[in-house]
Write a protein that binds this ligand. Structure first.
Ligand SMILES: C=C(N)C(=O)O
Length: 126
């Protein structure tokens, strides 16, 4: 059965979606943008800062379900500018140090709120 996740440790949805959904086995986060839980948009910050905030949001959502980055199976990274891949990747690697999840990283034409990055994850209950 589908259940939605709501945590104040991650930003509220900026549209018609839930922060995450789960069926009790798999958890799907919504794409997380560099928006703080208090609603501050970090769109003018370097991509490293934006990546950190997006991943902090992913981690907060995971922790709301007692999951951790180790439980993540797949990540998708959407970048406004693929030339920022290396900078994103350096920050990203701090979150997934051993046996990192599968990942796709792609450049897209534009992202909500004019941010530089959006990151979504799929995790499984251990
Ligand atoms: C920010 C999003 N995840 C959205 O607009 O779908």
């Amino acid at each position: 059965m589908k259940r939605v996740i709501n945590t104040t440790d991650a930003p509220h949805a900026v549209g018609a979606y839930s922060q995450a959904t789960t069926n009790g086995e798999l958890l799907f986060t919504a794409g997380q943008i560099p928006l703080t839980p208090d609603g501050e948009l970090l769109d003018d910050e370097p991509i490293a800062v934006q990546t950190r905030q997006a991943l902090d949001n992913v981690v907060a959502i995971l922790e709301a379900e007692n999951l951790s980055p180790d439980d993540v199976l797949k990540v998708t990274v959407y970048l406004d500018d693929i030339d920022e891949f290396d900078e994103m990747n350096e920050t990203y690697s701090n979150y997934f140090r051993t046996d990192p999840p599968a990942r796709s990283a792609v450049e897209v034409g534009a992202l909500p709120k004019g941010v530089g990055i959006e990151i979504e994850a799929v995790a499984a209950q251990p």
